[in-house]
Design a binder for this molecule. Structure first.
Ligand code: ADP
Length: 458
C-alpha cells in the first residue's frame, strides 16, 4: 500500500513537472513566434510606406525652386537642379500618418512607433535626420530593447532622377518590442499559469488527503490495539475471579466471596472509566464542551490532585513538590473538568517517569494581573521535538504500535488542551528527551473588583 502510494506520487510529480516544462517551452515558442510575426508586419508596413514615399522621388517638382517652363534662365542656380529629398517633400506629420495607416492595415493598430528619415552621405553613413518623430533619437540608440527596421527610399526605375536622386532611408523603431509581444499574449500566459497552479494545488490536496487518510488508518489500528489491551486485563481478571468463585471451598467462605466480589466490582469500574474516556473524546470531537464555570481556588484543586497521587508516587519512591507562589489563585473554572485536566497532567508526569528513576514532580504557580500560570514539571523520559508537535492530537501516543507497559489511549492531552482553551487559557510544553517535561498552563484569573477581591495564600 505504502509502495503504491509512493509510486503514484512520484509518477504524478514527474508528469506534472514535464507538463509544466512543456508549457514553459510552448509559451517561449509562442513568444518567439509572435515576435517574429510583429517584426514581419512592421517590415511589411515600413516597406509599403517607403515605396509610397519614394513613388515620386525621381521627378522634379517646384519644391526645389525649379519650374522648367516659367523660370527665366538667368535666375537658374545649380541648387535648382538638385532633386528634392523626401525629407523636403513631406512634413513629419504626413509621414507619421502614412506609417500609422500602414500599421493599421497590418494589424499593428496599437503598436507605438518612432521614425526618422535620413539622406545617406557618400560613405553610406547617416549624418543627420531630416525628419524624425519626437522621441526617435532616444529609442533609435537602444538597439537591445527596441526593434528597428530600415527601408531604402529608392526612386522608382524609369524616372528622370533615378540615378541622380540622393540615397535616403526610412527607419521605423518599435520601442520595447518584447513588452508588446507579452502584452498580446497575456491571456494565454495567464491561463497557462492559472491552470498549472490549479493542477499543482489539486495534486497537493490529493496527496495531503491521502497522507491524512493513511495516518487516520494507523491511528485507528493503534487505538484498537490499545483498547483491546486495556480491556483485556480487567476481562481476564473478572474471568479469573468468577472461576475462583465457582470453587466449592471459596463458596463456603464469605470473606473470600466478598474479596472476589470487590475485585469484579473494581475491574468493572475500571472498564467503565475507560468507556467514559472514549465517550468523552468523541464528545469533544463534536465540540460539545459545556463548561459550568464557578469561582475555584486553583491551589486547592492542585493540592487535592497531588494528594490523589501520593500512593503512586510512594510506590515509585518519588515525591511531589508544590511551590504555590501565586498571589491570586481564584479562577472561573469547571468543577469537574478543571481538576480532571490537572489530574491528567500529573498522571502523565508519573506515568512517563524514567525506568528506575524516582519521579520528581514539581508544581509551581505564579500570577500576574491577568493570568494564573500553573507549571507542572517532571524528570521523566521527556519527548523528542517531533513528538512534542503531536502530543495534543487525539489518539497520538509517542510509542505507538507496540503494546507497552504504559497504558493509555492517547486522548489525555487532547482533552487537556481542549479544556484549557475552553477556559480561555492556553497550554505550552517544553521537553528534553531523557531529562523531563514541563507543561505550562495559563488561565485567566477571575475578574474581581478590588474591594471584593479574595486572595488566598498557599
Ligand atoms: P496517553 O498518556 O494516554 O498515551 P496523552 O494524550 O496523555 O495520552 O499523551 C500523549 C503522549 O504524550 C503519550 O503517549 C506520551 O508519549 C507523551 N507524554 C505525555 N505526557 C508526557 C510526559 N509528562 N513525559 C513524557 N511524555 C509524555
Amino acid at each position: 500500500m505504502k509502495k503504491i502510494f509512493t509510486i503514484i506520487t512520484i509518477l504524478i510529480s514527474l508528469s506534472l513537472a514535464s507538463i509544466i516544462l512543456i508549457q514553459i517551452s510552448w509559451i517561449r515558442n509562442m513568444v518567439l513566434l509572435r515576435e517574429e510575426q510583429i517584426k514581419h508586419s512592421v517590415e511589411e508596413a515600413t516597406n509599403k510606406v517607403g515605396e509610397d514615399l519614394a513613388a515620386r522621388k525621381g521627378n522634379y517638382s517646384s519644391i526645389g525652386g525649379l519650374n522648367r517652363f516659367s523660370t527665366p534662365l538667368d535666375v537658374l542656380t545649380p541648387d535648382m537642379f538638385r532633386l528634392p529629398t523626401i525629407g523636403q517633400r513631406f512634413t513629419a506629420e504626413e509621414i507619421k500618418d502614412k506609417i500609422q495607416k500602414a500599421f493599421n492595415a497590418n494589424n499593428l493598430k496599437d503598436v507605438r512607433f518612432e521614425f526618422g528619415i535620413s539622406t545617406l552621405n557618400y560613405r553610406g553613413g547617416i549624418d543627420y535626420f531630416e525628419k524624425r518623430s519626437d522621441n526617435f533619437d532616444a529609442f533609435y540608440a537602444d538597439t537591445v530593447h527596441n526593434f528597428s527596421y530600415i527601408a531604402p527610399l529608392l526612386a522608382p526605375t524609369g524616372t528622370p532622377g533615378e540615378n541622380l536622386s540622393p540615397d535616403e532611408i526610412l527607419i521605423v523603431v518599435i520601442p520595447a518590442v518584447k513588452g508588446i509581444v507579452l502584452q498580446s499574449l497575456r491571456w494565454n500566459i495567464a491561463m497557462a499559469v492559472l491552470f498549472s497552479v490549479i493542477i499543482i494545488a489539486a495534486f497537493y490536496l490529493t496527496v495531503r488527503t491521502m497522507l491524512r487518510q493513511k495516518k487516520l488508518g494507523d491511528i485507528k489500528n493503534d487505538f484498537i490495539n490499545n483498547m483491546t489491551h486495556e480491556f483485556k486485563t480487567p476481562i481476564a481478571t473478572i474471568s479469573l475471579a468468577v472461576d475462583a468463585m465457582r470453587n466449592e471451598k471459596v463458596l463456603q467462605d464469605r470473606d473470600k466471596i466478598n474479596y472476589f466480589n470487590s475485585i469484579i466490582k473494581e475491574e468493572n469500574q475500571r472498564m467503565n472509566r475507560q468507556v467514559e474516556t472514549i465517550l468523552k473524546a468523541s464528545q469533544l470531537e463534536r465540540q460539545e464542551v459545556d463548561l459550568n464555570l464557578k469561582p475555584l481556588h486553583a491551589h486547592e484543586v492542585i493540592k487535592e490532585a497531588a494528594g490523589n497521587f501520593t500512593l503512586q508516587l510512594e510506590e515509585k519512591n518519588g515525591r511531589a513538590e508544590l511551590l504555590l507562589n501565586a498571589q491570586n489563585d481564584l479562577v472561573d473554572a469547571d468543577e469537574i473538568h478543571f481538576p480532571n485536566l490537572i489530574n491528567n497532567l500529573i498522571d502523565n508526569a508519573i506515568k512517563y517517569s524514567g525506568e528506575n528513576v524516582p519521579p520528581l514532580l514539581r508544581i509551581t504557580t505564579q500570577s500576574n494581573t491577568k493570568n494564573l500560570e500553573i507549571i507542572i514539571e517532571d524528570n521523566g523520559i521527556g519527548m523528542s521535538r517531533d513528538t512534542l508537535k503531536k502530543i495534543f492530537e487525539r489518539f497520538y501516543r509517542a510509542h505507538t504500535g507496540n503494546i507497552h507497559n504504559v497504558k493509555g489511549f492517547g486522548l489525555g492531552l487532547s482533552y487537556v488542551k481542549t479544556m484549557v482553551e475552553a477556559h480561555g487559557g492556553r497550554i505550552t510544553v517544553d521537553s528534553t528527551l531523557g531529562k523531563g517535561s514541563t507543561f505550562t498552563i495559563e488561565i485567566p484569573l477571575k475578574k474581581v473588583s478590588p474591594v471584593a477581591g479574595s486572595k488566598s495564600t498557599p
